[in-house]
Design a protein. Structure first.
Ligand SMILES: *Cc1c(COP(=O)(O)O)cnc(C)c1O
Length: 425
C-alpha cells in the first residue's frame, strides 16, 4: 500500500530541495497522485491545489486530453536535436501561439524553463543593441521583480535571500519602483533620468502582476506610459509572462491589458499545462532582423539540449487548444466571479487588507502583528494543509491561483478554509 512508502524519511538521505533551508524546514510531504484540482499524499489525504502547483497545471492535474496527446506523441517521436531539424509539434505550437500572443510577436525561441526564458529575453535585448553597434549594456527592471534563478534573471530580480550571495556577479541593472497610480509621474521622471545617465538596452517587467513579490498588482496606465518612454528610446521591452501568461489574468496574456505591446515575451509555467518543463521566448520581426545576417557572429548562439522537445510541444499545443475553448474561457470567468463574491464578503473584515484580484488571481494581506504570533506564514501554511487545502502564503499574503477547472464546491472549500484563519490570529 502507498502508506508504506515512507517517502519523507527516504527523501532526507540524498535529496536537496529548492528554496529550502533544510536545517529549519520540516520534512517534505510525499505526494503519490494528482488529478484535477487535487493532490493526494502518501497517507491518502487529499488537498485542493489552490496554487496550481506554482501556476502550472491550470487545466487540472493529469488532464486526460493532454496526457493522451502526449502519450500519442511519445510513441512517434520522443526527442530530436532542434538545430538543423524541425518537427510537427513545434511547428503546430508556433502556429497556435501566434494566434493568441500579444500583437507583433513573430518568432519563437525554445528553452526549458522560466529562468532561461527570461535569460534569453535579456540576451536578445543586449545582443540586439550589440548587433546594431550601439553601446548599450544596462538592463532596467522593477525594484521587486522576480525573473528567475540564473545569473541574468537573478540580476534583474529584486534583491532578496534568493540572490544576495551573487550580487557581485550581476549584469548591470538599474531599478525603478512599480507604478501605483499616485506615483506614476515620479516613476516616469526617474525613468527619464536613468535613460539620460545610462545606456539602457532593455526593460524587463512582469506585466500588471508580480507573483513572487506577493501577488502585487500595479497600475496599467502607469506601465503603459513607462513602455511608451522605453519604445521612444529604442529600449527593448521584455514582458516576463512566465506567471501571468495563459489566461491567469482573465486574458490570454497580461500584456493584452496594456496598449503598448512588448518586443519580447517570456513564457513557461502554464505553457505546458504543468506536464513537462519548457520555456519559450518570442520576439517581433524587428528584434529578429537584428540577428539575421551573413555574419555568423550576429546569430543568437544559445541552445539547450532539450529545446522544443516534441513531448513538451505536444503538451503545450493541447494546453493552448483547451485554453481557447469556450468551456475553459467560461471556467476562467466563473472563478473570476467567485473571487468577486468572496472579495465583497471579506473586505470589511478587520483582519483583511489590500484585497486584489485579476482573472483567477486573488490575494489579500492578513492584518496581524507578525511579532506577536511568531512565524505567521508557517502557521497559515500548516493550518491550510491540515484542512486539506494547499496554499503557499508569502509572508502575511494569502493568495489563490487554483486551476481553472476547480469546481464551485472546491473553491468554496478554499474560501471557507481561508476564513477559518481569521479567528486564529
Ligand atoms: C517562476 C517564474 C520565473 C522562473 O521560472 P522557473 O521555471 O522557475 O525557472 C520567472 N519569472 C516569473 C515571473 C516567474 O513567476
Amino acid at each position: 500500500m502507498e502508506d508504506k512508502l515512507n517517502l519523507a524519511e527516504r527523501d532526507k538521505k540524498h535529496l536537496w530541495h529548492p528554496l529550502t533551508q533544510h536545517k529549519i524546514a520540516g520534512d517534505a510531504l510525499g505526494i503519490t497522485k494528482a488529478k484535477g484540482a487535487r493532490l493526494y499524499d502518501e497517507n491518502g489525504k487529499e488537498y485542493i491545489d489552490g496554487i496550481s502547483s506554482w501556476y502550472t497545471c491550470v487545466y487540472g492535474h493529469c488532464n486526460d486530453f493532454i496526457t493522451d496527446r502526449v502519450a500519442m506523441q511519445m510513441k512517434n517521436l520522443d526527442q530530436v536535436v532542434f538545430s538543423g531539424f524541425t518537427h510537427l509539434p513545434a511547428v503546430e505550437l508556433s502556429e497556435a501561439l501566434i494566434k493568441i500572443l500579444p500583437e507583433g510577436q513573430q518568432k519563437m525561441f525554445f528553452n526549458d524553463n522560466g529562468s532561461t526564458a527570461t535569460e534569453i529575453g535579456i540576451k536578445m535585448a543586449l545582443q540586439y543593441h550589440h548587433n546594431l553597434g550601439n553601446d548599450r549594456k544596462v538592463m532596467l527592471a522593477f525594484e521587486e521583480g522576480f525573473h528567475g534563478d540564473t545569473f541574468g534573471a537573478m540580476s534583474v530580480s529584486g534583491l532578496s535571500v534568493y540572490n544576495g550571495a551573487f550580487q557581485d556577479h550581476f549584469i548591470a541593472v538599474k531599478r525603478i519602483p512599480v507604478p501605483k497610480g499616485e506615483n506614476n509621474a515620479e516613476v516616469l521622471e526617474l525613468l527619464k533620468q536613468l535613460i539620460k545617465e545610462n545606456n539602457i538596452a532593455g526593460f524587463i517587467y512582469e506585466p500588471l502582476v508580480q507573483g513572487a513579490a506577493a501577488m502585487k498588482i500595479h497600475d496599467a496606465d502607469g506601465l503603459n506610459q513607462i513602455l511608451k518612454v522605453c519604445k521612444e528610446n529604442d529600449i527593448v521591452c521584455v514582458a516576463d509572462e512566465v506567471m501571468t501568461g495563459f489566461g491567469k489574468t482573465g486574458k490570454y496574456f497580461a500584456s493584452d491589458y496594456i496598449e503598448i505591446k512588448p518586443d519580447i515575451v517570456c513564457m513557461s509555467k502554464a505553457l505546458t499545462a504543468g506536464l513537462l518543463p519548457m520555456g519559450l521566448t518570442s520576439c517581433t520581426q524587428k528584434i529578429y532582423n537584428a540577428f539575421y545576417s551573413e555574419d555568423i557572429a550576429k546569430g543568437l548562439f544559445h541552445g539547450h539540449t532539450y529545446s522544443a522537445n516534441p513531448l513538451a510541444c505536444a503538451a503545450a499545443l493541447a494546453g493552448v487548444e483547451l485554453l481557447v475553448s469556450p468551456e475553459m474561457q467560461n471556467n476562467i470567468k466563473r472563478i473570476e466571479n467567485l473571487h468577486q463574491i468572496f472579495a465583497a464578503k471579506i473586505k470589511e473584515h478587520p483582519k483583511v487588507t489590500n484585497i486584489r484580484h485579476l482573472g483567477i488571481i486573488f490575494a489579500f494581506d492578513l492584518d496581524v502583528e507578525m511579532e506577536r504570533y511568531g512565524n505567521v506564514r508557517n502557521q497559515l501554511f500548516e493550518y491550510f494543509m491540515e484542512n486539506g487545502v494547499y496554499l503557499r502564503p508569502l509572508g502575511n499574503t494569502i493568495y489563490i491561483t487554483a486551476p481553472y477547472i476547480t469546481s464551485d464546491k472546491e473553491m468554496q472549500k478554499i474560501y471557507d478554509t481561508i476564513e477559518g484563519v481569521f479567528d486564529r490570529f
